[in-house]
Write a protein that binds this ligand. Structure first.
Ligand SMILES: Nc1nc2c(c(=O)[nH]1)N[C@H]1C(S)=C(S)[C@@H](COP(=O)(O)OP(=O)(O)OC[C@H]3O[C@@H](n4cnc5c(=O)[nH]c(N)nc54)[C@H](O)[C@@H]3O)O[C@H]1N2
Ligand SMILES: Nc1nc2c(c(=O)[nH]1)N[C@H]1C(S)=C(S)[C@@H](COP(=O)(O)OP(=O)(O)OC[C@H]3O[C@@H](n4cnc5c(=O)[nH]c(N)nc54)[C@H](O)[C@@H]3O)O[C@H]1N2
Ligand code: SF4
Ligand SMILES: [Mo]
Length: 695
């Protein structure tokens, strides 16, 4: 690592929702990036306690990757992207948007956002779509990430904050159950808070997290709902039900029990492959612990029944009396850098800032007042992320799309299909700082600033609002996302004052916009954050925020948590003679998401250079595949090319493919876009495949 300046700029890592505190310094020389930025962990930030993962340590490298975008690009008559001036590029975008709107109406214009965008950007993007474009067609990649957990938490608790308690609370836990989360690779510094606890890990793979567990349950992919019903069943029949808590703090147990009663342990073992003795141990560990937590990750959530699965784990935690009790609880490990803030400030299809509903007349009236428009001008809810992408370029679908903060060509389910839909657009505009796979398909590419070059706020997995601070100027020619939205909006005839370019100004408006909503930021200010106040939402004006939710009651009227009577069902696609194996997908330590950023960092590509598929050696042998050989993993939708990696600890009926790689190595060429009916989350975590040697 290069030397660290003692007087570092305090900010946070650009990647995941842990938002590790960092100190940035300039090591030498002038220039933007220019290899001159050093990073070190902020020892005073309690979430990472002086830790960073490999991605955090190498994040400055992305500031000056050789193919950093520094000028707008416009696709010419020859079909190639060529440099253009900002005026020309923004003028072109506005003109085409106007033409398409005149011909097909405002619903022909669409926006796709991201959970990595700052609060200010996410807020402005939602406003831009609804007012400047006048469209309902906006959603974001958080639909692929947080939506099932959000649906289940809202239904159970009346509000959805990933962790309703500070991460440091986990440090005193005796037992933590992790359902489908692999923080040893996805949030390594989080493990510092899990050192003391005995872990129960539910994962079809023996991950690095599972290897540290006191108990590892290894179910068939897509059977967590049955598993959670079985754990609830045993909690009741083995006498662990917390009846006082049930009476005082919850409602709806009887209907829920009516379902769980049929999930006797042997039936659960038959469906999930997890032995009855292990189910029983898990329940006993949780029930006998003085301080216990149940946490879910994408492994339990990214299913066509993800919301019901999270609900079933919440039911289990309610039966044991955990949520809203000091030192115990239920939570979800939020994913992207601003996965929390991004999901409550209005870039979601059905939502207004402050976690308000777009269909609630009072919420519409409030936002219309803040925005200075007639409530009639606010469109209704639009399509969810996958449905939006899948409608692009169709007869009644959007014909123009603006993408900020996502790379769906790699990360969307059934990505081959989605790439074709993107190709059918009349206009694709992508704002990014690197030529992502999606940017390369665009008609106009707009080069924007990165984390260390901009100001703003993000909300981490605990609901704590954090300041992103600027260390250096962006390279010449690069503008902020807020500038981009401002530039398009005014060219569409919107008043300039409606789209402030300074993050601080946007934040002031955002405070008013969220005031009184479930996610209330009105008491948060840059000044308070800069004084290092620890502010968790809800934080109404004058309050000191809410580190722990639910201690006095849940957010439903009456204050009770609600059991949800859910029932197990199969994955949308099961193995068949043609596709006899389960495939599941996920992450590795050294790559982030679609890899647009991390595949450009030498140290990270050395650690995780290429697409691979984890296969049990017996399964590989049946397909005559040697370790290291190139395999073709095919589903009914497409095939991914990946190198075989023998993994003796894996189930023999399952293969695993990380989704970080582009081209023919895209795991999403095989995934299935079956959607959860409640959250519209796609089934990233299970589909049916076969594996064979690649020719
Ligand atoms: N290194 C790295 N870290 C990241 C990210 C990254 O891309 N790279 N992304 C960030 C983001 S946005 C997110 S959302 C988080 C995600 O963080 P995690 O949820 O920890 O990540 P995943 O690897 O997607 O899934 C977790 C585990 O689910 C398991 N799994 C697969 N199918 C099933 C199933 O049916 N049931 C169960 N119980 N488990 C199953 C997988 O084997 C995997 O180990 O990570 C964040 N941190
Ligand atoms: N098979 C499979 N697929 C998955 C998943 C899985 O587990 N399995 N997980 C899903 C999940 S949980 C997620 S979160 C998604 C994530 O997948 P994506 O939505 O593709 O996320 P990223 O790869 O982070 O893409 C972000 C893009 O925006 C750019 N960017 C970053 N910050 C900014 C910014 O501030 N402004 C602008 N304009 N651009 C920015 C980056 O350079 C990058 O090109 O993938 C989903 N896809
Ligand atoms: S754990 Fe997440 S926030 Fe922390 S350094 Fe790694 S990627 Fe960055
Ligand atoms: Mo995510």
């Amino acid at each position: 690592m290069s030397e660290t300046s003692p007087a570092g700029t305090r900010t946070h890592c650009p990647y995941c929702a842990l938002q590790c505190g960092t100190l940035l310094g300039r090591t030498d020389g002038p220039g933007s990036g220019g290899g001159s930025v050093s990073v070190s962990p902020d020892p005073d930030f309690p979430v990472n306690q002086g830790g960073l993962c490999q991605k955090g340590w190498t994040a400055p490298a992305v500031l000056d990757v050789p193919d950093r975008l520094t000028t707008p690009l416009v696709r010419g008559a020859d079909g190639r992207l060529a440099p253009a001036g900002w005026d020309e590029a923004l003028g072109l975008v506005a003109r085409r948007l106007r033409e398409i709107r005149d011909e097909h109406g405002p619903e022909a214009l669409a926006v796709f956002g991201g959970g990595g965008l700052t609060n200010e950007k996410a807020y402005t993007l939602g406003k831009f779509a609804r007012l400047a474009l006048g469209t309902s067609q906006i959603d974001y990649n958080g639909r692929f990430c947080m939506s099932s957990a959000a649906a289940a938490q809202n239904a159970a608790f009346g509000v959805d904050r990933g962790l309703p308690f500070p991460v440091t609370d986990l440090g005193r836990a005796d037992v933590v159950l992790l359902a489908g989360a692999n923080p040893a690779e996805t949030m390594p510094p989080l493990l510092r808070h899990l050192d003391r606890a005995s872990l129960i890990v539910i994962d079809p793979r023996r991950t690095r997290t599972a290897a540290r567990a006191a108990l590892h349950l290894q179910p068939t992919p897509g059977t967590d709902l049955a598993l959670a019903l079985g754990l609830l069943h045993l909690a009741v029949t083995d006498g662990h039900l917390d009846k006082t808590y049930l009476d005082e703090r919850t409602e709806g147990f009887d209907e829920t029990w009516a379902r769980a009663v049929t999930w006797w342990p042997e039936r659960v073992e038959a469906v999930t492959g997890v032995a009855v003795s292990e189910l029983r141990s898990a329940v006993r560990m949780l029930a006998e612990a003085e301080r216990a937590y149940v946490l879910t990750g994408r492994g339990a959530e990214q299913h066509s029944k993800g919301s019901d699965t999270v609900a079933a784990f919440i039911n289990l935690s309610l039966a044991l009396g955990l949520p809203g009790r000091e030192g115990s609880g239920f939570g979800t490990l939020t994913g992207q850098g601003n996965g929390q803030g991004g999901r409550e400030l209005g870039q979601k299809a059905d939502q207004l800032p402050g976690y308000r509903s777009l269909t609630d007349p009072a919420a519409r009236a409030h936002l219309a007042r803040v925005w200075g428009v007639d409530p009639e001008r606010l469109p209704g809810p639009g399509r969810s992320a996958y449905e939006l992408l899948d409608a692009l370029g169709t007869d009644d679908g959007p014909r123009a799309l603006l993408v900020l903060g996502s790379n769906p060509v790699v990360s969307a389910p059934d990505a081959g299909r989605i790439a074709r839909r993107l190709g059918a657009l009349d206009l694709l505009v992508v704002a990014d700082f690197v030529p992502s796979e999606t940017a390369r398909m665009a008609d106009v590419v707009l080069p924007v600033t990165q984390w260390a070059e901009e100001e703003g706020t993000l909300t981490n997995l605990e609901g704590r609002v954090l300041r992103r601070r600027r260390l250096l100027d962006p390279p010449p020619g690069v503008r902020g996302d807020l500038d981009v939205l401002h530039g398009i909006a005014v060219r569409l005839g919107e008043p300039a004052s409606r789209y402030p370019r300074r993050p601080r100004e946007v934040f002031e408006e955002l405070r008013a916009a969220t005031a009184g909503g479930p996610a209330d930021y009105s008491g948060v200010s840059y000044e308070r954050l800069d004084r290092d106040e620890e502010l968790y939402w809800p934080c109404p004006e004058g309050s000191s925020g809410t580190p722990r939710l639910f201690l006095d009651g849940f957010a439903h009227p009456g204050g009770r948590a609600r059991f949800q009577a859910v029932e197990h069902r199969d994955a949308a696609e099961l193995p068949s003679p043609d596709f006899p194996l389960y495939a599941t997908t996920g992450r590795v330590l050294a790559q982030y998401q679609s890899g647009a950023q991390t595949r450009r960092v030498a140290e990270l590509t050395e650690a995780a250079p290429e697409p691979y598929v984890e296969v049990h050696p017996d399964t590989a042998a049946r397909a005559s595949l040697a370790d290291g050989q190139l395999a073709r993993v095919s589903s009914a939708r497409g095939a991914v090319l990946a190198k075989v990696r023998y993994e003796p600890s894996l189930r023999t009926d399952t293969v695993f493919v990380p989704f970080h790689f582009p081209g023919e190595g895209r795991a999403n060429l095989v995934t299935h876009a079956a959607l959860d009916p409640r959250s519209r989350m796609p089934e990233f975590k299970v589909c049916a495949v076969r594996i064979e040697a690649a020719r």
